[in-house]
Design a protein around this ligand. Sequence first.
Ligand SMILES: Cc1ncc(COP(=O)(O)O)c(C=O)c1O
Length: 371
Amino acid sequence: MKQASRLSQLKPSPIRAITDGTPPGAIALGLGEPTWDLPEPARRALLRNPGPCPYVPHAGLPELRKAVAAFHGATPDEVLITTGSQGALFALFQAWVRPGSKVLVPDPGFVAYPALARMADAEPVPYPLSADRFRLDAAALLKVLAATEEVSAVVLNLPSNPTGGGGDLAALKAVADACIARDVLLISDEVYRDLHFGTRCPSLREVTDRGVVTSSVSKGWGAPGLRVGWAVGDPAWLVPARTVHGYAVTGTATPAQWAALALIEHSDAVLAEARVAVGERWQALAAALKTHLGHDALPPDGTFYHFMALPPAAVADPVAFALKLRDEAKVVLIPGLAFGEGGRAHARLSFAATPEQLEEGVRRLAPYWPR
Ligand SMILES: Cc1ncc(COP(=O)(O)O)c(C=O)c1O
């Protein structure tokens, strides 16, 4: 058997190396998903039984497109409903990333971006984030853009997985202007935007309607298993992506779209409750970091990730250090190196876990972090 060559370009993710083989009793602080219950409006919507369970139009349930459009200050024809925001990213990359071209991705950044570029026979080109808190650094990104030929797409992620760093409106505008000038697809992955600690990161929609925003009900609305996401932007970008998405999956599960609609209709309450949940967890984590490690940690700009500096001795081989934490301390953290070389000196700790798990997890880590 000979698999397609595009797959041979995908490197095995160090995340798998850490999470596969997690010993019993380990505390999972590697998770990238909410741990609280599916909010009530979605549960009620899933219980409704309207008789038939039809296919819906490829672009998504019309009522859901309308609700997503209203949420983002767009029109329904600027919305494509997809299977998670991952489905939106896949479809956009397949539709617009030319073979042999380059895609600018944050380093450190979400592991799927370089993989999606490679699956489109393109090359991911990393751009650095700011040195202080891993925020969008427009000057650094624009320098990489200016030095790179044949760029077909640029990906932003505010606030960021894995760093929690955001960015300001001026930085977004500078990047958007440069991408428009070069006719490059600018994708702003805003899947964590509503999980913030007082100040929401700006949206690309505030500076232009010529890029594409991707998001989903997976993080803020607490429903990753529904697999409902979307792309919002100029229909000229979305129509080819809709063709790809249609051939890939026809459409997202109809009951899941009903449930997502219920969540978005109750956004004010659902998102406020999610912020309370992450706020409580952040407080528990910050208190545990202070008590057990002596760290004074600042909350991220958004997400449920704390990007934690590694002890200097662990930086040479962060994967070995994470495996040691997993097997000896029985705490699972993701080495920042899994998200790119720029994350080498850090580890991602997810505080989506319960406050009790966070307290116990950090207590177990303490012997490994010299004070
Ligand atoms: C930054 C980022 N973007 C996109 C996704 C994809 O999520 P979903 O397909 O559930 O919307 C994730 C999932 O962890 C993520 O962290």
